[in-house]
Design a protein around this ligand. Structure first.
Ligand SMILES: N=c1c2ncn([C@@H]3O[C@H](COP(=O)(O)OP(=O)(O)OP(=O)(O)O)[C@@H](O)[C@H]3O)c2ncn1[C@@H]1O[C@H](COP(=O)(O)O)[C@@H](O)[C@H]1O
Length: 107
């Protein structure tokens, strides 16, 4: 059985609804607010960048897991769901990234 980001998002939802900060790291982050969640996400992203630059495969995989967890917590802190993000990604599939970039330059 595979584990998905939807499973993790559901756990984060459950912790937000019913946990307390002494027993749940997720709830502890959410209780500190969106700005704190954003800072933690930024820290984890930088750690992933460092792992990539160092070409450390194991570190990059582990830091990527941290990044995805902290991104989902950040989204939760602002009332955004993974389905909202998937919808944004889905809306982009009609054109390539290069086409989208070119259309922005002519704005
Ligand atoms: N995937 C994760 C996950 N990834 C990373 N982390 C935590 O993120 C933190 C990042 O480490 P840092 O050193 O940057 O932070 P820290 O210094 O420990 O913490 P701060 O006091 O700075 O916030 C660590 O405490 C990790 O345990 C996670 N914590 C929880 N989850 C998932 O969330 C679920 C619910 O967790 P709880 O809310 O704790 O029950 C777990 O079962 C996991 O599936």
């Amino acid at each position: 059985m595979s584990f998905t980001l939807h499973d993790l998002a559901a756990t984060i939802d459950a912790r937000a609804a019913a946990a307390d900060g002494d027993s749940s790291y997720t709830k502890k982050l959410l209780d500190k607010g969106a700005v704190h969640c954003a800072k933690k996400f930024g820290e984890e992203a930088v750690e992933a960048v460092i792992a990539a630059v160092d070409d450390d495969r194991t570190d990059l995989i582990n830091e990527s897991a941290d990044v995805l967890f902290h991104l989902l917590v950040l989204l939760k802190s602002r009332g955004i769901t993974i389905q909202d993000v998937e919808a944004a990604l889905g809306a982009r599939t009609h054109q390539s990234g290069l086409q989208e970039k070119a259309s922005r330059k002519s704005d």
